[in-house]
Design a protein around this ligand. Structure first.
Ligand code: STR
Length: 480
C-alpha cells in the first residue's frame, strides 16, 4: 500500500508539458526538463554550459560523496572548480603524457590474456576476468596496489563496488522524495553498508600514503592529490589563489574528505565504465564476426604478432577506433548523463527554464536520432570513417558528455579501451559458446547501462596458441 500511494502521489505530481522534442515534468519540488536533440544538448552543455553546470542534491549520492565532496555529483562552486582542476592535473601526470599508464594497462592486458588462455576453449563469462583486469588498472593507478587471483581485498573491492552500482542514483524514489528515507528501505541499507566497507579500505590506503609520502615524483594518484592539496593550501595562505573562493570554502580548501572521495570516485568511475564498455564491445563482436575479422586484419597488417600494440599504433588503426566509437554510440554507458541543474534563469530552444530546474540530457536519443545517423539501430563502425578510410567523428557523438561537466577521465578511458581491445583481438578470437544464444543487446539500465551476463568461447589466434598459458600453477580462476 505504501508503494501504491507513492505511485499515486508520483502521478499527481507529474504534469507533462511537451515542447516538440523537449519536454518538462513536474516531479517533486522541481521541474525536470528532458533534452532529446543534439541542438538543445549543445545549448545546455556547451553554449550555456556554465548556466547548466549545477547538480541536484540526491540522497544516495550525498551519502556516497559525504555531501558532495567529489567531482561528478557535487554542485557547481568555486571550490569544485579548484578540485576538478586538481584532479585533471593529477590525471595528466599519470595519463596521456607519460608512458606510465600505458605500462600499467599493458600489464593488466597481459594478465587478462593469461586468464582467457586458461579457459582452454570452454565457455566462460567474460565479466569476472575483465572486471579483475580493469580493477587492477585502477588500483595501481590510484594507490599502487595490484592483486593476484583470489586476493580477499580484491574481492571486497569488487563486492562493494557492485553493491554501490546496484543502489546509487538509479532514479529511485528516495532521490525524488527524500522523506522516504524514514521508511524501511533496502536500497539505502545496502548502500550504507557498502560505503562503510569502502571508507574503511580507502582510509587505510590514505593513511599509508600520508605516512610514506615523500616530495618529488608522485607514485600514484593519491600521492598527486595529497601533494596538490598541500600546494593549494599553501597558495591560499599566501593569497595567490583563492580570491574566487567564498570565506567558508577558502578556509575549508581541499580537505582529506575531498581526497578520499576523489579516490573513491575515480575508482568507481574507472572500473564501472571501462568494464561495461569492454563487455559491450565483446557482445557486439559476437553478433558481428565480420567486424571482428576486419579489426584483426587491420591489427595483423599494422602490428603483426611479434609485439603488443601500443599507443603509437593508434593513429594507424582507424577501424579499431571506429569499432570502439560505434559501441559507445549505440550503447552509451551513461545514456542520460548525470542530471544537470540550472544555476540561473536560462533557456533551451527559446523556452525559458527557471533556476533550479533539473535537466536530463538524453544521450541515448541523440545517439539514435535518425536525423543524424543513418539506420541508427544498426551496428556500423564505418560511420566513423570517411570515404578514404580515415577517422571521422560526427559532432553529435558525445559519449563523454561535453562542456564544463565533461568526463575528466576521457583520455584515460580512451587509452585504456584502445589497449584492451587491441591487445585482446590481436591474440584471440571471440565466438558464441556452442548451443548458447547470442548475448542480449538491450542491457539493463542502472547508474550505467550494462549488458546482461553472457558467455563466450575464447580461441587463441594462429601464432598465439601456446604463449603465456603458464598460469596453471596458480589455480584456475574460473573454478575458484
Ligand atoms: C560506480 C560505483 C562506485 O563505487 C562509485 C561510483 C561513483 C562515480 C560514478 C560511478 C559509481 C558510476 C559511473 C559514473 C561515475 C561518475 C561518472 C560515471 C556515474 C556510481 C558516469 O557518468 C557514467
Amino acid at each position: 500500500s505504501v508503494c501504491l500511494s507513492v505511485c499515486l502521489c508520483l502521478c499527481l505530481c507529474l504534469c507533462l508539458c511537451l515542447y516538440g522534442p523537449l519536454y518538462a515534468l513536474y516531479l517533486g519540488p522541481h521541474y525536470t526538463v528532458v533534452v532529446n536533440t543534439y541542438q538543445h544538448a549543445r545549448e545546455v552543455l556547451l553554449q550555456r554550459g556554465k548556466e547548466f553546470a549545477g547538480r541536484p542534491k540526491m540522497l544516495t549520492t550525498e551519502l556516497l560523496t559525504r555531501g558532495g565532496k567529489d567531482i561528478a555529483f557535487s554542485d557547481y562552486s568555486p571550490l569544485w572548480k579548484t578540485h576538478r582542476r586538481l584532479v585533471h592535473n593529477s590525471f595528466t601526470l599519470f595519463g596521456e603524457g607519460t608512458t606510465k599508464l600505458q605500462s600499467i594497462v599493458l600489464e593488466a592486458v597481459e594478465a587478462l590474456c593469461c586468464d582467457l588462455q586458461a579457459s582452454r576453449g570452454q565457455a566462460i563469462d567474460p565479466d569476472p576476468p575483465l572486471m579483475r583486469a580493469v580493477t587492477n588498472v585502477v588500483c595501481t593507478l590510484v594507490f599502487s596496489s595490484t592483486y593476484q587471483h583470489g586476493d580477499p581485498e580484491l574481492t571486497t573491492v569488487m563486492e562493494y563496488n557492485d553493491g554501490i552500482v546496484q543502489t546509487i542514483a538509479r532514479g529511485g524514489l528516495v532521490d525524488i522524495f527524500p522523506w522516504l528515507r524514514f521508511l524501511p528501505n533496502q536500497t539505502l541499507t545496502t548502500l550504507t553498508e557498502c560505503i562503510a566497507i569502502r571508507d574503511q579500505l580507502l582510509s587505510k590506503k590514505l593513511e599509508e600514503h600520508k605516512v610514506s609520502l615523500i616530495g618529488g615524483e608522485p607514485r600514484d594518484l593519491l600521492d598527486a592529490l595529497l601533494q596538490g592539496q598541500t600546494r593549494i593550501k599553501h597558495n591560499q595562505g599566501s593569497g595567490v589563489r583563492g580570491q574566487g573562493l567564498g570565506v567558508e570554502q577558502e578556509e575549508e580548501g581541499i580537505s582529506d574528505d575531498h581526497v578520499l572521495m576523489t579516490a573513491a570516485e575515480v575508482f568507481g568511475a574507472g572500473v564501472e565504465t571501462t568494464s561495461t564498455t569492454l563487455l559491450w564491445v565483446l557482445a557486439f563482436l559476437l553478433h558481428h564476426p565480420q567486424v571482428q575479422e576486419r579489426v584483426q586484419k587491420e591489427l595483423d597488417e599494422v602490428v603483426g604478432c611479434g609485439r603488443s600494440p601500443d599507443v603509437s599504433d593508434r593513429t594507424h588503426l582507424p577501424y579499431l577506433d571506429s569499432v570502439i566509437n560505434e559501441v559507445m554510440r549505440i550503447r552509451p554507458v551513461s545514456p542520460i548523463l548525470i542530471p544537470h541543474t540550472a544555476l540561473t534563469h536560462s533557456s533551451i530552444g527559446g523556452h525559458s527554464i527557471c533556476k533550479g530546474s533539473r535537466v536530463l540530457v538524453n544521450m541515448w536519443a541523440i545517439h539514435h536520432d535518425p536525423e543524424h545517423w543513418d539506420q541508427p539501430e544498426d551496428f556500423r563502425p564505418e560511420r566513423f570513417l570517411d570515404d578514404k578510410g580515415l577517422r571521422f567523428t560526427p559532432s553529435c557523438f558525445m559519449p563523454f558528455g561535453a562542456g564544463p561537466r565533461v568526463c575528466v577521465g576521457e583520455s584515460l578511458a580512451r587509452l585504456e579501451l584502445f589497449l584492451f581491445v587491441s591487445g585482446l583481438l590481436q591474440r584471440f578470437s571471440f565466438s558464441p559458446a556452442p548451443g548458447v544464444s547470442l548475448p542480449d543487446l538491450e542491457g539493463r539500465l542502472g547508474v550505467v547501462l550494462q549488458p546482461l551476463r553472457y558467455t563466450l568461447t575464447v580461441t587463441p589466434r594462429p601464432g598465439w596458441e601456446g604463449v603465456k598459458g603458464e598460469r596453471e600453477g596458480e589455480g584456475v580462476w574460473w573454478k575458484e
